[in-house]
Write a protein that binds this ligand. Sequence first.
Ligand code: AHM
Ligand code: MG
Length: 339
Amino acid sequence: MLSIPPARPQFEEGTTLDRFLLETLRDHPEATGHFVTMINQVTLAAKLVSARVNRAGLAGMFGATGSMNIQGEYVQKMDVYANETFKRALEHAGVVCMIVSEEEEDIIPIPAPFIPGHYVFAMDPLDGSSNIDTNASIGTIFAVFRRQSTRGQGEPRDVLRCGRDMIAAGYIVYGAGTVLVLSTGQGVHAFTLDPSVGEFFLSHHDIRLKPETRSYSCNEAYSGTWDERLQTWLASTKDPAAGWSARYIGSLVGDFHRNLVKGGVFLYPPSKKSPSGKLRLLYEAFPLAFLAEQAGGAATDGHGPILDRTLASLHERTPLYIGNRATVTEITRLLSTTT
Ligand code: AHM
Ligand code: MG
């Protein structure tokens, strides 16, 4: 009798990011070439930034440049390096028509003689950069839209979009290891860089956020100026019987990644210091909300889903409540009740 070998799992150990994309995007041949090229350029930049982050202390890359960005924040040397590296990697590949970066006030057009492509790429090139000098996790966050205009360098309407128009989103966290987390709308998958061969390999397939986990991440020192209903909720987490714990790195990408893997909710409410919230809608809240929803979690601005918002200006800020669905829903319900 013939024995039939067990079916090969679709994604066996050693699946590279490239192979994963080609197999999962097989039904979208029109997108495959350009999209995969764009992600390949993202991974090239990520490897360069990862290598520089690992050597930051030796390469004289700790500390600030002495100048401030358009957000009024001190620019770190690594912010500049990451911004330039991602721009250089993407501009010549013929796949994006424009780039938007936290580090630059205006839309960054694709310079001649390079050819503008199908996609809009919005990024926070180095989130949590104030943590560089401490070796804590930092990261690059990105959102991808398909352009609406049909030719040329792209127009503001290509980026002033509803969050639900995103076709892909992800981040790279530079921590104890370098991990790329990506969604193209078919679940959330993580790829870990093996620095010895310079490849990203699938390490976490179809990550799911549990419906509920009792862990929160926020800058609690600001809670004295939060909405009182939120202060009451926060006080309730101090009941030992409720079983809560707190984890806060102060690096959105690091905190979100931890919560994605272990469970938890991240909050950055409006405070006296940041009345509209601190985080930016386009390249922080939108992409992480895309990932959270794809993983079965939720993300709101305290009133409704982040992804239902439409961007009014490039660097618009928003409050953010993101992570396990039950806690995000509870907080949003509390904030929506009239006092
Ligand atoms: P950045 O994009 O300039 O690094 O600022 C955003 C960072 C987030 O990573 C983090 O969640 C937040 O700022 C921390 O803010 P705070 O120091 O107010 O807690
Ligand atoms: Mg940031």
